[in-house]
Every structure is written in structure tokens, then in C-alpha cells.
Design a protein around this ligand. Structure first.
Ligand code: IMP
Ligand code: MG
Length: 174
């Protein structure tokens, strides 16, 4: 097995500051009614936890799970939902919380799934965005950081289930 090198791309401090800014934007855009934050397992779990605590109004949490046939480092565009919503989001304001948008195939699939549940509004918060890799016409409403076309791990993101608990977002070279 080849050895992996890790270089910090976005530090824990930068993440903390940016998450506070995103929380402020989400607050302003959703002044009333129930607000659901729906995180995609497992990569968005730390982002969700920090974002939810920085939004100074009541929020409700739910999780969806998705798995794509393909390699560890990209999605193939063929998905199975491994966990659906627990709660009804009908007529609620919803923010889908994602770790990273790469080709956009996952987000496209999840937007279709969530729209079938008839939310009042549906917006997307993505911690990271690799706009250079997009093949689908989707975009996030709130983006933490635009990053180059490099494979990153940490703060929830994994390579074959490793590195999720790193506090910084790091480029993985292998
Ligand atoms: P998409 O469907 O191509 O947009 O891929 C989105 C999913 O691929 C993300 O939710 C991640 O699970 C995974 N992914 C894409 N790029 C990276 C990366 O740089 N590091 C870790 N996971 C990634
Ligand atoms: Mg993943």
C-alpha cells in the first residue's frame, strides 16, 4: 500500500469562522416557521453539528443516507437511498447539508428525493464546492469554500472511511 501525505487546505480556525458566517446567512433567509437541517451521512456530520449550534433559532435535524456504486473517490451517478427521512418536511423550510459538491450527481438525486416530500422551500448548504468538476446543473445556495480539483479529507470527509475525524480539511496525495 502506498503511503498518503496530508497537507492542510482549510484549517479548523478558518472552518469555524466560515461556519458562523453561513449560519448568519441561513438565519436571515429563514426568519420563521420550522427549519429542518437535513444532513447527508456521513460526511456532513461535523458540518451539521457546528452549523446547527451556530444558527440562533430553533432547528430540527434529520439525516439521509445514500450510497453510490463506484470508487472511493467519486460517485458513479447510480444511487441507492440507504436511509430516508424520519420526519415529514411538508410545508417546512429545509436546508440540505452536504459535505462537498463534486460532479453534482449526488446533489441532483437528493434534490429530487427531497422535492417529492413537498417542502415549502429547499436550499443547499455545502461546506466545499469543486465547481471545476461539475457535470450536472446544480449549485448550492451556501458554500463554505470553493476548492480546486484535489481529493480532500477531514472534518467529516473520508477516503475509504479513514480521516473523517481530522479537524482540518487536508489534501490527500496518494
Ligand atoms: P458528486 O456526486 O460527484 O457531487 O460527489 C459527491 C460525493 O462524493 C460527496 O458527498 C463525497 O462523499 C464524495 N466526494 C467527492 N469529492 C470528494 C473529496 O475530495 N473527498 C472526499 N469525498 C469526496
Ligand atoms: Mg463519501
Amino acid at each position: 500500500m502506498s503511503s498518503h501525505s496530508l497537507k492542510v487546505l482549510v484549517s479548523a480556525d478558518e472552518i469555524r469562522r466560515r461556519v458562523l458566517e453561513l449560519a448568519g446567512e441561513i438565519e436571515r433567509d429563514h426568519p420563521d416557521g420550522p427549519l429542518y437541517l437535513i444532513a447527508v451521512l456521513k460526511g456532513a456530520c461535523f458540518f451539521l453539528a457546528d452549523l446547527a449550534r451556530a444558527i440562533r433559532r430553533p432547528v430540527r435535524l434529520d439525516f439521509i443516507g445514500i450510497s453510490s456504486y463506484g470508487s472511493f473517490t467519486s460517485s458513479s451517478g447510480r444511487f441507492i437511498l440507504t436511509k430516508g427521512l424520519d420526519s415529514s418536511i411538508e410545508d417546512a423550510d429545509v436546508v440540505l447539508v452536504e459535505d462537498i459538491i463534486d460532479t453534482g450527481a449526488t446533489l441532483e438525486y437528493l434534490m429530487e428525493y427531497l422535492n417529492r416530500h413537498k417542502p415549502r422551500s429547499l436550499r443547499v448548504a455545502a461546506l466545499l464546492d469543486k465547481p471545476g468538476r461539475r457535470t450536472r446543473p446544480v449549485a448550492a445556495d451556501y458554500v463554505g469554500f470553493e476548492i480546486p480539483n484535489r481529493f480532500v479529507v477531514g472534518y467529516g470527509l473520508d477516503f475509504a472511511e479513514d480521516y473523517r475525524s481530522l479537524p482540518d480539511i487536508c489534501v490527500l496525495d496518494h
